[in-house]
Design a protein around this ligand. Structure first.
Ligand code: DGL
Length: 275
């Protein structure tokens, strides 16, 4: 137990507006199997992607404060809507390393594109923030970015409508205007979208490279932990802890789809009532 006091032995806090962040947890568990993880999904207040910057930031502050109380050593903002609207505010408010999902995805999009035409998909909050464009232009000033919010992708992913023809048609409706711009790289700028990766790839064709920021966020997290000497030294596996603000109907089925395995135990918390 004494080990738990060492900074590197402490857990990583990961939060999202709901279940989407589990796609990020899945990648982190694969890359950093010895890390202890505490996940919070704000399922009672999801979606964030349709809300104002002020509300998203207020919710995000409560989510992060809850994780801080669990003594986490770093926080991963596994939500594009929060990362694009509130990351700087979170970073300036808390004294531990905090990373979001925007920069890792933007960095990789810049590495992959050949013709410098990059498409971005995401929630309205993410797209309207312009955060991906900003990040991409910082890394690759000559890139041209085309954005499209795809709000129906979130419920489709939660419903598990992965192989339905209707999902294919909706995806085509959303993505055609990006395809008309001759993009060669498409960023899936929402934690739900990796669930629909196959159907999206089918719509855009094999020539377009899809960027799933979940995977690249796990790589960025590893680098961040290394830089701060916070990689866990013990090799005993610790089961992740899952906290939600509500247990939605059919959660076990939805959670399993996003995490890739069954979630055995969930605790319900009200992060608005912290003392
Ligand atoms: N997790 C959110 C995101 O990545 C999608 C769901 C929501 O709108 O809250 O933007």
């Amino acid at each position: 137990m004494k080990n738990m006091q060492e900074p590197w032995e402490r857990p990583i806090g990961i939060f999202d507006s709901g279940v989407g962040g589990l796609t990020v947890v899945k990648e982190i568990m694969k890359l950093l199997p010895f890390e202890a993880i505490i996940y919070f999904g704000d399922t009672a207040r999801v979606p964030y992607g349709t809300k104002s910057k002020e509300t998203i930031t207020r919710f995000a502050m409560e989510d992060a404060a809850f994780l801080l109380k669990k003594n986490v050593k770093a926080i991963v903002v596994a939500c594009n809507s929060v990362s694009s609207n509130s990351l700087e505010y979170l970073k300036s408010s808390f004294d531990i390393p905090i990373i979001g999902v925007i920069e890792p995805g933007a960095l990789y999009a810049c590495k992959k594109t050949r013709n410098k035409k990059i498409g971005i998909t995401g929630t309205a909050a993410t797209i309207e923030s312009g955060a991906y464009e900003y990040s991409i232009r910082e890394i690759c000033p000559e890139a041209v970015v085309y954005s499209k919010s795809c709000p129906l992708f979130v419920p489709l992913a939660e419903e598990g409508w992965i192989e339905k023809e209707s999902t294919f048609f909706i995806a085509r409706d959303y993505l055609q205007e990006l395809l008309d711009k001759d993009i060669d790289t498409l960023l899936l700028g929402c934690t739900h979208y990796p669930i629909l990766k196959q159907v999206i790839q089918k719509v855009v064709g094999k020539g377009i490279f899809l960027i799933d920021s979940a995977y690249f966020t796990s790589i960025a997290l590893k680098e961040l932990l290394e830089e701060n000497n916070l990689l866990r030294k013990s090799t005993a596996i610790i089961e992740p802890l899952f906290f939600l603000s509500d247990i939605p109907r059919r959660f076990s089925e939805i959670g399993e789809r996003f995490l890739g395995k069954r979630i055995k135990k969930i605790s319900v918390v009200d992060v608005t009532k912290q003392t």
